[in-house]
Design a protein around this ligand. Structure first.
Ligand SMILES: Nc1nc2c(ncn2[C@@H]2O[C@H](COP(=O)(O)OP(=O)(O)OP(=O)(O)O)[C@@H](O)[C@H]2O)c(=O)[nH]1
Ligand SMILES: [Mg+2]
Length: 397
């Protein structure tokens, strides 16, 4: 390939090279567009899965407004980021996302990477960072900061003196969370990102959303795996214990309180199956990569629970054993299962469908966890729809 590339450079005219590039564009963009390919690549979403998921939908909306193809950024260990090893479709149901955005074109990160590599004249790019700074809805041209971009050697972009590095100020949540503020923010982003560059590289500083964002649904292989557990357990009480940021010293006491709570609930409802979802390390590492303070108290708490009940978990139910079939992804999947990511999604789906859902009280867990709140939100939706198995939305032990 290198050889061929060289000979092309030495013996072809500019016009011929343009023609070759235009063929490459056609191969990856599918359609013959007057302007060639136009991509939006949100390459690093800073939050963990529950929030990043919604952020990605916001980027899809921006791609729609800009009439750009959106790159389906890789995923792994509960993040949506270019440097992760699993394809986007391993976490998410791309078909359903496509139905939500029928006029947006998608490209996998791998195909996008190949496009940048194959091009003779490398695609030109601009870089924009959405910041929660004031004055709001103001763009600033900033000094090129190649920071993370330098590490992205697997892609090839052309930055020249005219390549813009933009800082887009949207202010804090109160400026853009709802209503007119939200519409203004989106219009501002759409206008400022309306560039002729072939690639818009976009990052953001933690939070930004479109008002009515529903999350991207999860991949079919995960909903099927969850469905099997839900069917097998039939009636079950599910607990979400997000230990990170609970008070470490309180953990054993919290476990004792949970045992009492569960005994009462089981006898009141006649349901004895218990499913535990937690960020505690069921295998090697905590299942949240921001969970740094794992102490003896966490282990004691888990011992108390285990000695009181038979706890069903994603490990005990072997519900992710089928991932061994993906031999070409063996290494990233091994890393994933030792830490967190896919199992967090599976747990979430099982929690959503439990007959009873309980989570910790103040001090015992991360009480404002978006993960827990997302489960409650979805249960509420199912309850309102008349799903009979949902007996409560959320209670705290
Ligand atoms: N397997 C598993 N993983 C979990 C569980 N709870 C949290 N995690 C992991 O920890 C991550 C938590 O990140 P988020 O999804 O952002 O939720 P959160 O951190 O509770 O919410 P915020 O702090 O508000 O962002 C999840 O994505 C999972 O990977 C759980 O019950 N089971
Ligand atoms: Mg988080």
């Amino acid at each position: 390939m290198r050889q061929q590339l060289k000979s092309v450079w030495y013996f072809q005219t500019d016009k011929e090279i343009d023609k070759l590039d235009s063929q490459i564009n056609k191969k990856y963009c599918g359609i013959e567009t007057k302007d060639g390919c136009r991509f939006l690549f949100a390459y690093h979403l800073p939050e963990q899965e529950t929030s990043s998921n919604k952020h990605f939908v916001a980027f899809a909306e921006i791609a729609r407004r800009l009439k750009r193809t959106i790159v389906l950024t890789n995923v792994g260990r509960s993040r949506i980021r270019w440097d992760r090893m699993l394809p986007f479709e391993f976490y998410y149901d791309v078909e359903t996302l496509q139905k939500k955005f029928p006029d947006v074109r998608f490209i996998t990160q791998e195909e996008f990477r190949k496009w940048t590599k194959e091009r003779y004249n490398k695609p030109n790019a601009i870089h924009a960072r959405i910041e929660r700074l004031e004055p709001i809805n103001v763009e600033k041209f900033v000094k090129p900061d190649f920071g993370a971009l330098k590490k992205m050697k697997r892609f090839d972009f052309a930055f020249d003196n005219s390549s813009a590095f933009l800082q887009l100020n949207i202010g804090d949540d109160s400026s853009w969370m709802t209503g007119e503020g939200n519409r203004n923010m989106l219009n501002f982003l759409t206008t400022t990102l309306n560039s002729k560059a072939e690639v818009v590289l976009l990052v953001h500083d933690r939070k930004f959303l479109i008002e009515t964002t529903n999350p991207v649904p999860y991949a079919k292989h995960l909903t099927n795996a969850a469905e099997k557990v839900i069917k097998k357990l039939d009636k079950y009480i599910a607990i979400h214990w997000r230990m990170e940021r609970g008070e470490v010293a309180m953990m054993p006491e919290c476990a004792k309180r949970l045992v009492v709570y569960l005994e009462r609930l089981a006898s009141k409802t006649g349901i004895n199956n218990i499913y535990l979802a937690t960020d505690y390390p069921l295998l090697q590492k905590p299942q949240s990569d921001t969970f740094h303070k794992l102490g003896d108290e966490h282990h004691q708490a888990m011992k108390i629970l285990n000695s009181s009940f038979h706890l069903n978990t994603w490990v005990s139910t072997h519900s992710l054993d089928y991932l061994k079939e993906y031999t070409d992804l063996a290494k990233p999947l091994e890393d994933e299962l030792a830490g967190g990511g896919l199992q967090g999604i599976l747990d979430k789906l099982i929690l959503i469908n439990a007959n009873y859902f309980i989570s910790g009280s103040k001090g015992c867990c991360r009480i404002r966890s978006k993960y827990t709140l997302r489960v409650a939100e979805e249960r509420k939706r199912l309850f309102k729809k008349g799903t009979v198995r949902i007996k409560n939305i959320i209670d705290r032990w």
